[in-house]
Design a protein around this ligand. Structure first.
Ligand SMILES: Nc1ncnc2c1ncn2[C@@H]1O[C@H](COP(=O)(O)OP(=O)(O)OP(=O)(O)O)[C@@H](O)[C@H]1O
Length: 365
C-alpha cells in the first residue's frame, strides 16, 4: 500500500515554488557583476564575532570631505596634520616590509631551486580566488597592490595579463611586468583612511597597513579593528587629549576612534548593565601602553568625580610607581618594568568609591 502523507504533498509544492523563484532570479540576474571577493588568508588573529558599539561607526567611509571634517575635529582641539587631498594619498601609498614579502621570496627561491626542499615550510596561498578577478580589475581599471622587488607594496593598475604575468602601470607611470601572484586587490579610493578596518572591502595586509599609514600621516593615531582599538605611537604631541576632548566624547560630540571612546563605552555599559568591565592594553615595549592607560584612567576618573580625594590619589600614584618601577631601556627611555592591574570601583551613582592597584607590590586607597 502506498500512502501519501500531507507533509510530502506540502514539500513537493514548496519545491515547485522554490524552482520557479530560482528560474525568475536567473532571468533577472545582471551580467556585469563584480567577481566575488578573493578568500582572505586564514589568520589566528581573526576577530571574534562580537557586537560593535554603534558609536564606533563600523564601515565609516572617509570621503575627502568627511576626512577633512574629522581632521578639523582633532585640529580644532589643538592638533592636526596635513590635508586629506588626493595628492597626499598617492605620496603615502607605499608600504614597508611585510611578511607577504617572505611568501613571495619563498616562492621565487623555490622556483630558482627547481622545487628543491627548503628549510622553512611554504606560506599558505595568498591568492586563492584572486586570479579569476584579474580580468574584472583590467576591465574596470581598478587599483591593485603590487609587491615590488624591494619588498614594498605599491599601487598600480593592470594593463594586461596572460600566462601568470601581468603588465602593471604604477602611480608614477612606470610600467612593470610581474607575476600575478605578486598582486593583491586594492580598495577603492573612497575607502582610504576608513575609521574601522572592517569597512575595507579587501582586508589584505597592504590595505590594512596603508589605511593605518594614511591616518597616521594626518596625526590620526587611533583606528578601530572591529571592537578593538589600534593606537600607533606618534612620538610627538598630537594634542588629542585633555579636558575639552574628554567633554566632547562624554557629550558624544566626537565619536571617532579614541581611547576616550573605549573608556566611555566601558563606563556607560557598566552604569547601564551593572557589570564589571575590563580594558586590556597590550603592545610591545615603547608602543605607548602606559600613555594610553593614563588617558583611559584620566577619562574614567573624570567620569566618576574628578574632584574626589581618591581621584587625586589615583592621579598621583602614577609618579610614585614610575619612580620605583621604571627604567631606561634601548626601546623606551621610561619603560615600565612591571605589569599593572588597576581596579577603579564606583558606587551605584557612578562616583568613584575606591581603587586598587595590583603590581608586585600592592597599593590600596
Ligand atoms: N599617545 C601618545 N602621544 C604622544 N607620545 C606618546 C604617546 N604614546 C606614547 N608616546 C611616547 O612614547 C614613549 C613610550 O610610551 P610608553 O612608555 O607608554 O610605552 P610602553 O608601551 O608603556 O612601554 P614599556 O612596555 O616599555 O613600558 C612615551 O614616553 C612618549 O614619549
Amino acid at each position: 500500500m502506498i500512502s501519501v502523507t500531507p507533509s510530502l504533498i506540502v514539500r513537493s509544492s514548496l519545491e515547485e515554488m522554490l524552482d520557479s523563484l530560482q528560474r525568475k532570479e536567473e532571468i533577472k540576474k545582471p551580467t556585469d557583476l563584480p567577481p566575488a571577493l578573493p578568500a582572505r588568508p586564514a589568520s589566528k588573529a581573526r576577530l571574534p564575532k562580537r557586537p560593535v558599539p554603534a558609536m564606533f561607526g563600523v564601515g565609516d567611509v572617509v570621503s575627502p570631505e568627511a576626512g577633512d571634517s574629522r581632521r578639523q575635529d582633532f585640529k580644532g582641539i589643538g592638533g592636526g596634520g596635513g590635508g586629506f587631498g588626493r595628492r597626499k594619498v598617492l605620496e603615502t601609498a607605499v608600504c614597508g616590509e611585510s611578511p607577504y614579502t617572505m611568501a613571495a621570496v619563498h616562492e621565487r627561491r623555490l622556483a630558482e631551486n627547481g622545487g628543491a626542499h627548503l628549510a622553512t615550510p611554504p606560506p599558505p596561498s595568498l591568492h586563492s580566488g584572486w586570479d579569476n578577478s584579474i580580468d574584472y580589475f583590467i576591465k574596470k581599471q581598478l587599483r591593485v597592490w603590487c609587491l615590488l622587488q624591494n619588498g614594498q607594496w605599491e599601487l598600480g593598475k593592470i594593463q594586461s595579463a596572460a600566462g601568470g604575468k601581468a603588465s602593471v602601470t604604477l602611480l608614477d607611470g612606470t610600467v612593470v611586468v610581474m607575476s600575478t601572484e605578486e598582486l593583491l586587490p586594492a580598495n577603492m579610493e573612497i575607502l582610504d583612511g576608513v575609521n574601522n578596518l572592517v569597512g575595507l572591502g579587501y582586508l589584505n595586509e597592504p590595505s590594512v597597513i596603508c589605511n593605518l599609514q594614511y591616518r597616521y600621516a594626518r596625526d590620526v593615531i587611533y583606528t578601530m579593528a572591529g571592537p578593538v582599538l589600534l593606537a600607533i605611537n606618534p612620538f610627538k604631541d598630537v594634542s588629542i587629549s585633555g579636558s575639552d576632548v574628554i567633554t566632547a566624547y562624554r557629550e558624544k560630540i566626537l565619536d571617532s576612534p579614541h581611547v576616550y571612546a573605549v573608556a566611555d563605552a566601558a563606563y556607560s555599559d557598566m552604569m547601564r548593565d551593572g557589570v564589571n568591565h575590563s580594558i586590556i592594553i597590550s603592545g610591545e615595549s615603547g608602543a605607548g601602553k602606559s600613555v594610553t592607560a593614563k588617558l583611559a584612567i584620566e577619562y574614567l576618573v573624570g567620569a566618576g568625580g574628578e574632584d574626589s580625594e581618591i581621584a587625586s590619589k589615583i592621579h598621583q600614584m602614577g609618579c610614585i610607581l614610575e619612580a620605583f618601577g621604571n627604567a631606561k631601556t634601548s626601546r623606551n627611555r621610561n619603560s615600565s618594568r612591571f605589569g599593572k592591574l588597576i581596579d577603579i570601583h564606583y558606587n551605584a551613582k557612578g562616583i568613584i568609591c575606591g581603587a586598587y592597584i595590583h603590581t608586585r607590590k600592592h597599593f590600596c586607597f
